[in-house]
Design a protein around this ligand. Structure first.
Ligand code: NAG
Ligand code: NAG
Ligand code: NAG
Ligand code: NAG
Ligand code: NAG
Length: 492
């Protein structure tokens, strides 16, 4: 997530705008034709509202202009409820429902978390959870067809308060004893009941096949053996026209810092465009990076929840593969002071399940003017952006790391469903440099060149902080050693 204060654009709306823009730029005759087409397409789009394409693009237009419309199912579903007059002349107004409400459950993924426990991750209608108490029952069905076991699912709502239409749900299914541990295979079902939410006249139950385990596929050793990675990075979703050069710096820097036993999971919500992919590819080939395309998720909500959805997916997917998991953004750089290494810091925090990391805010406009101003455009962001905001006493976002085996669900800034201790006392041990907004645009970040050690811009005091600039050379050499000169010509 490249965080900006303003609400992100809804990609569906954006496309719509673009489309309308195209229509109104045409000559009048065409306008009429296209307007008619727009209306026609809108109708079709509406009719097939769920669960197919939500988005509306020029491609849809081409699509619907060339193909006959799919048959529309007409349902004469109910008798209209009229208003009735009650005793005493009170008029009881009746409401008639049409169409579809938000889904009861949208399954993203399900993972085993031990011999008797599973996590099922998805989205669910927010009003349902606000106005009712939907319940979940988990059922393990062995492949041999007998011995089904059911248990109430415990729901965790890690993004409570953020969602609008949907809320993220993690259902924890913990059976009283191991299931499928004989490796005979089976399936995990979730029975999701609305319990009078949505429409108080119904208690609907949807049965969801959350996970299928083939016979012999379970590897129980994974839950107890040492993890494959020391550090795993779970990234938030990337969207927008990201700067390949900034990503290049970020990944080289962090592979160097996190070391050989590390892995980076990048979530592409449209931001991993071909130039960014070109920067990541050498690291993918080296086994350091995995890119997951999560654009499908756009169908179900706007902005904030997908962060919760994907961090929880990432948590459970890699839970037994990493000793530590980090959650921060690609405009943030983790740093540990010279006297230590990441390993010594992490070892000193190993008694904690979770710790938070303080922020150092770097100006995204002020650039350091050195002897070679002409070369500034070729300098790395961490070399030229060296002015640190020194305002005291304001609360800045903290980022965090967890030992995932002790975490059952996680938020964007912190996990609340953990066993074990959390500490915030990491000042001076580990911090992150935040270059807000520098990654989400491709033009040169420098707006003003400065060579003083301190300065004030619009009342905000800044002081020069060369920490990151000083490590840039080593990062460049590391990149060269690891992947050669492939990225030397990377553009902003
Ligand atoms: C579910 O919760 C229990 C206890 O709260 C925990 O021990 C277990 O690990 C959790 N399972 C998953 C898959 O997170
Ligand atoms: C076990 O559960 C599955 C899925 O809910 C169901 O199809 C099957 O009939 C159940 N078997 C028994 C014996 O209840
Ligand atoms: C089916 O599998 C379950 C669990 O593995 C086991 O308890 C049960 O005895 C098996 N039933 C048969 C008929 O094999
Ligand atoms: C709705 O149905 C489910 C499954 O049958 C049940 O567990 C739940 O208690 C019911 N809720 C209400 C409010 O009746
Ligand atoms: C700082 O920059 C100004 C021009 O902006 C220049 O005149 C001055 O010599 C520079 N000072 C140092 C110490 O480089």
């Amino acid at each position: 997530m490249v965080k900006d204060k303003e609400a992100p654009e809804n990609p569906n709306l954006k496309n719509n705008k673009m489309f309308i823009g195209i229509v109104w730029n045409c000559v009048p005759e065409l306008k009429l034709l296209l307007s008619a087409l727009l209306f026609f397409c809108s109708l079709i789009t509406l009719f097939q509202f769920f669960p197919s394409h939500f988005s509306f693009s020029v491609q849809d237009l081409r699509h619907c202009a060339s193909l006959p419309p799919p048959p529309v199912e007409i349902q004469h579903r109910q008798i209209k409820q009229e208003d009735v007059i009650l005793q005493g002349g009170v008029i009881k107004r009746n409401f008639n429902t049409y169409g579809t409400a938000a889904y009861n459950f949208v399954l993203m993924s399900a993972y085993r978390g031990g011999l008797n426990t599973f996590a099922v991750i998805g989205l669910s209608s927010k009003p349902l959870h606000v106005f009712a108490k939907p319940t979940y029952v988990c059922e393990w069905a062995p492949h041999n067809g007998t011995g089904n076991i059911t248990v109430p699912g415990v729901k965790i709502l890690p993004d409570w308060g953020y969602g609008r239409v949907y809320t993220v749900v993690v259902v924890n299914c913990t059976f009283p004893s191991p299931v499928g541990h004989d490796r005979s295979g089976g399936r995990l079902f979730i029975h999701a009941s609305t319990s009078g939410g949505g429409d108080a006249n119904f208690n609907l139950t949807d049965t969801i096949e959350a996970l299928e385990e083939a016979p012999e596929s379970l590897n129980p050793v994974q839950f107890t053996s040492p993890p494959k990675y020391d550090y795993l990075y779970c990234g938030s979703s990337l969207y927008g026209n990201l700067s390949p050069q900034r990503i290049r710096e970020w990944i080289a820097y962090h592979v160097k810092m996190f070391g050989e036993k590390s892995h980076f999971v990048i979530h592409d919500a449209g931001g991993v465009h071909p130039d960014v992919m070109a920067v990541l590819r050498p690291w993918i080939e080296k086994g350091y990076v995995t890119v997951q395309d999560i654009r499908e998720e756009e169908r179900f909500d706007g902005y904030y929840h997908n962060q919760f959805l994907i961090v929880n997916d990432c948590l459970h997917r890699y839970r037994f593969m990493a000793k530590w998991m980090f959650f921060f953004d690609v405009d943030e750089f983790i740093f540990v002071p010279k006297k230590s290494t990441l390993k010594t810091v992490m070892d000193s925090l190993s008694e904690y399940t979770q710790f938070t990391i303080e922020q150092r805010t770097i100006s995204n406009k002020l650039c350091y003017l050195d002897d070679h101003p002409g070369k500034i455009y070729r300098k790395w962001g961490i070399e030229k952006l060296v002015y640190r905001d020194t305002v005291r006493g304001i609360r800045r976002d903290r980022k965090y790391a967890v030992q995932p085996r002790n975490v059952f669900a996680t938020g964007v800034h912190m996990s609340e469903n953990t066993v074990g201790k959390t500490t915030h006392k990491t000042e001076g041990k580990i911090m992150y440099y935040h270059y807000h907004g520098t990654i989400s645009e491709r033009r040169e970040p420098c707006r003003q060149f400065v060579n003083t050690t301190e300065m004030k811009v619009g009342g905000t005091p800044y002081m020069v902080d060369m920490t990151m600039r000083e490590v840039a050379g080593a990062v460049k050499r590391f990149e060269m050693r690891m992947i050669g000169s492939a990225l030397l010509t990377t553009r902003q």
